[in-house]
Design a protein around this ligand. Structure first.
Ligand code: NAD
Ligand code: 2VS
Length: 489
């Protein structure tokens, strides 16, 4: 399909709330604008929901849950609806990919090649898996016990702006496959793809009220979605500090939370690594999605004996990254999500330089692309792990390169962080790879690769990077309520 046809098809519509199977205005009638990060021009007007709208959606989800139309639907039927949603997402991969690119600022080759296909895969994966869940059953003399996994109830899903459609569907597909009804809140910078899920749900035959979408501020909509007594699960993705607020609010009604939060992951390159592979993988780990990815290998730890050689090769590769118009097929790195985020990223670079870090490349806005939020892929090196740029999440295309002497040093530095989301080890000694991955305190470790996903595995972080795990059976455990039935025979 040509770029023009896709653009025509993806004509950005104003976005409304989606409640009880219908698109509606917010009760206040207020709206806000979502901008294109590549131009900072308005893309669409979006309904600005408030507490009352969130309550409307929660009540609709609660009524629908209790009706049993979805929660008691035979699993084969439920699964078929979700597979249909998967197909409908793939049918619209070009259009949804283009829309995601316009709203997030990310390269279209990634939106169409990864985010949207992965969203379709999320639905198919959980729809299929739900059919084959193994249930527990124990016999003890004349006593038989078994566990039933009942859907938990109304589930709030709160999503950030960096990979909106992929993350939203990662949560929604598992929650729905478990038999729950959901209320979704996308981030205000990037609400457009989420809103499309309403259309897709209706077309697939999801009963009205099973899936609801409320756009609006976190302080009002988000709060209502996290302290309402009818909400039985909250899955939140975002910053660690917002996660703390979510947990505090959830405690009012003792609502279980799953929190996927920030990261500052160590990407460790040992002297025995395949250097070309390590350079290529490390580039991907920090510049993909403009560095706006929680799993980013943002602390690049390099063994002293290869430090200069690695840094030269890495910087050379950075020079070749094509930064540009996100809808252009050749673009590798697009625009940061907002002007204020661009300013934050730039401030961090200045902080790093004032702390004594050196600049190997980048460090400023892209000349010639001043209307959008384009920042050069940047390399800060000779960084000490104590510096703020090594301790705080920058969430942009700015790795900090830190030298280390021994394996023990690398592990100590990797663990000297409040975060514990991910870690990457580059080495040709797989015993070392195993040792280091056992010692790094993080939820996700990759050896000689980065961000390869098997959806059956537990996904989540340690320390300030989160609470709980989703993925495969871990998602089903979170989104259901286990009930033990014991029978005397
Ligand atoms: N661990 C992971 O899997 C993962 C994945 C993606 C992003 N992240 C993290 O997300 C952050 C970037 O995203 P962001 O800037 O959108 O995060 P954010 O915390 O500002 O916002 C996330 C979502 O929470 C909402 N929100 C804000 N205040 C709220 C409140 N009081 N109650 C309920 N909801 C509220 C926002 O509107 C948004 O929808 C980074 O820290 C990144 O590492 C983590
Ligand atoms: O920015 C964070 C990336 C999150 C990735 C996932 O949730 C996933 O791959 O399932």
């Amino acid at each position: 399909m040509s770029r023009e046809t896709i653009a025509e098809q993806s004509k950005v519509k104003d976005a409304k709330l989606f409640i009880d199977g219908e698109y509606v205005e917010s009760l206040s009638g207020q709206t806000f604008d979502t901008l294109n990060p590549a131009t900072n021009l308005k893309l669409a007007s979006v309904a600005k929901g408030n507490e009352a709208d969130a309550k409307r959606a929660i009540e609709s989800a609660q009524r629908t849950f209790e009706s049993g139309i979805w929660s008691r639907m035979p699993i084969e039927q439920r699964s078929a609806v979700l597979c249909k949603m998967s197909d409908l997402i793939m049918d619209r991969v070009d259009e949804l990919g283009f829309l995601e690119t316009l709203d997030v600022g990310k390269p279209v080759k990634e939106s169409r090649g990864f985010d949207i296909p992965r969203a379709a895969q999320n639905f198919r994966f959980f729809a299929e898996m739900a059919k084959y869940m193994v249930h527990e059953h124990y016999d003890k003399h004349n006593i038989m016990s078994y566990a039933k996994y009942a859907p938990a109830g109304v589930t709030s899903l709160i999503i950030p702006w960096n990979l909106p459609f992929m993350q939203l569907t990662w949560k929604a597909s598992a929650a729905l496959a478990s038999g729950n009804t959901v209320v979704i809140k996308p981030a205000s910078y990037t609400p457009l793809s989420a809103v499309m899920l309403g259309e897709i749900a209706n077309k697939a035959g999801l009963p009205p009220g099973v899936l609801n979408i409320i756009t609006g501020p976190g302080s009002t909509v988000g709060t209502a979605m996290t302290n309402h007594k009818h909400v039985r699960r909250i899955s939140f993705v975002g910053e660690s500090n917002t996660g703390k607020t979510v947990m505090k609010n959830a405690s009012e009604n003792l609502i279980p939370v799953s929190l996927e939060l920030g990261g500052k992951s160590a990407n460790i390159v040992f002297e025995d690594a395949d250097l070309d592979e390590a350079v290529k993988g490390s580039i991907d780990a920090i510049y993909r999605n403009q560095g706006e990815i929680c799993l980013a290998g943002s602390r690049l730890l390099v063994q002293e004996s290869i430090y200069d050689q690695f840094l030269d090769k890495f910087t050379e590769a950075v020079r070749n990254i094509q930064v540009g118009e996100p809808t252009n097929e050749n673009t590798d790195m697009g625009a940061l999500v907002s002007k204020s985020h661009l300013e934050t990223v730039d401030q961090y670079v200045q902080i790093g330089l004032s702390e004594g870090a050196k600049l190997a490349y980048g460090g400023k806005r892209v000349a010639g692309l001043k209307n959008g939020n384009f920042y050069e892929p940047t390399v800060l090196y000779d960084v000490d792990n104590k510096m703020r740029v090594a301790q705080e999440e920058i969430f942009g295309p700015v790795p900090v390169v830190i030298p280390f002497k021994t394996e023990e040093d690398a592990i100590r530095i990797a663990n000297d962080s409040i975060y514990g989301l991910a870690g990457v080890v580059w080495t040709n000694d797989l015993r070392r790879g195993q040792r280091v991955s056992s010692e790094v305190n993080a939820g996700l470790l990759w050896i000689n690769c980065w961000y390869i996903r098997d959806l059956r595995t537990p996904f989540g972080g340690a320390k300030a990077s989160g609470i709980g795990r989703e993925g495969g059976r871990h998602s089903f455990e979170f989104y259901t309520e286990a009930k033990t039935v014991t029978m005397k025979l």
